[in-house]
Design a protein around this ligand. Structure first.
Ligand code: CP
Ligand code: NVA
Length: 307
């Protein structure tokens, strides 16, 4: 991965996916080496963030490097100046760019013009760093990813896209329940089906949450209204009203199933308070793993001895 962009889970080979998880586990248990001393990472964010921003910032510092946080109000990406110019200027100052954008095309344009690696910190079409932390958490809790039944209930959004791709690549059985009009994009479904069958897993799409969750090892949900979709909040509340992860729904899963959410969560919307606060919830372990995975990504993309 050294020197390469990381825009999508599809940019990784199955071996690279396993290597990132192994590196993250090693960093988590053995500590962080001081190998990125003298390196600087730009954190270019068009949207708000807690986990992604702080975990990249802290991971970079623990590895010996520095970050510069660049919110949209300062940079005016595509407004104060063209995306390509921002990419070319930053490439003269920093060793890598972590970018969170609305349009996925903005990320692609940044990557096209930058001379340093660009890492997707979430776009409207994917959240690959989140998905790596998610599969690391599942591997830790379940001992493996192969054959694990992962159910996602809700919007076929950026988080669902990257999770479907990572689960498929890792040989898990992935099933998503979404209402009509909010399903995963067609190309993601086709690619995930192919990837899963090659890795010994499977991919399914259903409408009823119970059909997805029955006998699952993992129950996952995310917000019904992603950043940038605020105008359709009321319409979405209506469309997803039967998709809340409730205690009754979780009972359909395996008794030892874990409940996951990338956060921020909206209690009483996509997830019931008793579920996110309940004994099966692993959301804060999952949030912690964002840190170890970001560090692994940085080592592999920026590190001198990276794979
Ligand atoms: N899960 C996640 O990406 O959170 P932030 O939006 O706070 O970074
Ligand atoms: N789907 C959510 C994820 C937030 C981390 C969003 O894009 O707002």
């Amino acid at each position: 991965m050294r020197g390469r962009d990381f825009i999508s889970i599809a940019d990784l080979t199955p071996d690279e996916l396993r290597a990132v998880l192994a590196t993250a586990s090693r960093l988590k248990s053995e500590g962080y080496p001081n190998v990125l001393a003298g390196q600087t990472l730009a954190l270019l964010f068009e949207k708000p963030s807690l986990r992604t921003r702080v975990s990249f910032d802290v991971a970079m510092q623990r590895l010996g490097g520095h970050t510069v946080y660049l919110p949209q109000s300062e940079v005016g990406l595509g407004q104060r100046e063209p995306v390509a110019d921002v990419a070319r200027v930053l490439s003269r100052y920093v060793h890598g760019i972590v970018a969170r954008t609305y349009a996925h095309q903005t990320l692609l344009d940044l990557a096209e013009s930058a001379e340093v690696p660009v890492i997707n910190a979430l776009s409207d079409e994917g959240h690959p760093c989140q998905a790596l932390a998610d599969v690391l958490t599942i591997q830790e809790k379940k001992g493996t990813l192969e054959g694990i039944r992962i159910s996602y209930v809700g919007d076929g959004n950026n988080v669902a896209v990257s999770l479907a791709q990572a689960a498929a690549m890792a040989g898990a059985h992935f099933c998503i329940a979404s209402p009509p009009g909010y399903r995963l994009p067609e190309d993601v479904m086709i690619a995930s089906e192919e990837l899963a069958s090659r890795a010994g897993g499977s991919f399914r799409m259903v409408e009823a949450p119970k059909d997805a969750v029955r006998d699952a090892d993992v129950v996952y949900t995310d917000t019904w209204t992603s950043m940038g979709q605020e105008d359709s909040y009321e319409r979405r509340l209506q469309a997803f009203k039967d998709y809340q992860v409730t205690p009754e729904l979780v009972q359909e899963a395996q008794p030892d199933a874990i409940v996951m959410h990338d956060l921020p969560a909206h209690r009483g919307e996509e997830i019931a308070d008793e579920v996110i606060e309940g004994p099966q919830s692993v959301v804060f372990d999952q949030a912690e793993n964002r840190l170890h995975v970001q560090a692994a990504i940085l080592l592999m993309v920026l590190g001198k001895a990276a794979e």
